[in-house]
Each structure stands twice: as C-alpha cells, then as structure tokens.
Design a protein around this ligand. Structure first.
Ligand SMILES: [Zn+2]
Length: 59
C-alpha cells in the first residue's frame, strides 16, 4: 500500500476539508400535490414524477 512521504500541513488538510460539509437539501414543491419534496425525485406524498403517477400510493 502507498504510504505518504510527508505529513500534509494543516492548511492543506483544511483546504481539502473545505468541501466536506453537508448542507440541508433545498426543498422543491410537487406540481401535483404542492407538498415539499426533494428535487429530481418521486414525490413521497403522492407518488408522482414528471406529470405521471409513478408509484401507486395506498391511502
Ligand atoms: Zn406530490
């Protein structure tokens, strides 16, 4: 296994970690039921995506 030749500085370490933070998802609204949902995903409330019902919801 490759072994690092020298320790990386705290600046390099922190610059690498500057992209590691996770952020809360930006909610979008479902065009069918107007509930908040995640973008580019099937609506968890009504099962619609792209103007059609993709998942049969039982309620
Ligand atoms: Zn919906």
């Amino acid at each position: 296994m490759a072994v690092p030749k020298r320790r990386c500085t705290s600046t390099r370490r922190d610059k690498r970690r500057s992209h590691d933070a996770i952020r809360a998802f930006a909610p979008s609204t479902c065009p069918n039921c107007k509930q908040a949902k995640m973008a580019h995903r099937v609506c968890p409330t009504c099962g619609h995506y792209g103007g059609a019902e993709v998942i049969q919801m039982d309620n």
